[in-house]
Design a protein around this ligand. Structure first.
Ligand SMILES: Nc1ncnc2c1ncn2[C@@H]1O[C@H](COP(=O)(O)OP(=O)(O)O)[C@@H](O)[C@H]1O
Ligand SMILES: [Mg+2]
Length: 224
């Protein structure tokens, strides 16, 4: 065991079963990510990137693995209550489709993770909205913002609780190149300024250049 490792995955296999048909998707993945690293995962559609991220993010239990340690905690065999707690306390998520709540304000969206942990919200939320360039937007509803602005709200929400690990699944997939670059600059800034550990999936080679390390996946395996 090495506590410098934010992610320690060994011999990870996953198969989906639908209608009695078993589809193996991950074939013996090994992945080590150091604390403070910014790692990008690239690979063709269907190669298993989201499956891997969902396992690391405790949203999916793997078929089998030797080890899946996340933020210093062995997640294999952990009961659902502890998985939920680890997810809430140690992880932040950014998705391609933002997943903002449309009926509440930008400020309340960003404050949600703090509310779930019973923490006071307004100070850090307003600081963070200023930092992502949305200081004047706190009272608006997500639908009143551009898609690029909505993704910056989603990033603010993902990092507001200072999670040990930020997981981003094609966070720029719905954005034009200017907005994609702005979102990536924001992630890089959070990485540099806060030492935030980030694992990001992207299709875009140009977005990968800011990473400390780029991993390539094919057919359920990480190539080296
Ligand atoms: N919830 C699911 N149920 C069944 N099969 C799935 C599910 N999610 C993904 N798959 C299948 O697993 C394979 C890998 O998918 P995914 O991890 O989403 O790849 P990627 O993110 O690289 O595009 C694909 O063949 C996909 O159809
Ligand atoms: Mg995917």
């Amino acid at each position: 065991m090495n506590d410098e490792l934010m992610i320690d995955v060994r011999d990870l296999h996953h198969a989906y079963t639908h209608g009695g048909v078993v589809e193996p998707v991950l074939h013996g993945i090994g992945l080590h990510v150091q604390r403070g690293e910014f790692v990008v995962v690239m690979g063709p559609s269907g190669c298993g990137k989201t499956t891997l991220l969902n396992i690391i993010g405790l949203m999916l239990t793997p078929t089998r693995a030797e080890t899946v340690r996340v933020a210093g905690c062995e997640t294999l065999g952990l009961d659902e209550a502890l998985r939920t707690r680890l997810r809430r306390d140690a992880l932040g998520f950014v998705f391609q489709r933002f997943n903002l709540l449309r009926t509440i304000s930008v400020r309340r969206n960003v404050a949600l993770p703090l509310g779930l942990r019973g923490m006071a919200a307004d100070g850090p939320v307003d600081d963070l909205l200023a930092r992502v360039g949305l200081a004047g937007m706190a009272h608006k509803k997500p639908g009143q913002l551009s898609v690029g602005q909505q993704q910056r709200v989603a990033i603010a929400r993902a990092v507001v609780g200072r999670p040990a690990l930020l997981l981003a699944d094609e966070p720029t997939g719905n954005l034009d190149s200017a907005n994609a670059a702005a979102v990536l600059d924001l992630l890089s800034e959070v990485h540099r300024a806060d030492g935030q550990t980030i694992v990001m999936i992207t299709h875009n080679e140009q977005l990968a250049v800011q990473a400390d390390r780029v991993l390539h996946m094919r057919d359920g395996r990480i190539l080296d």
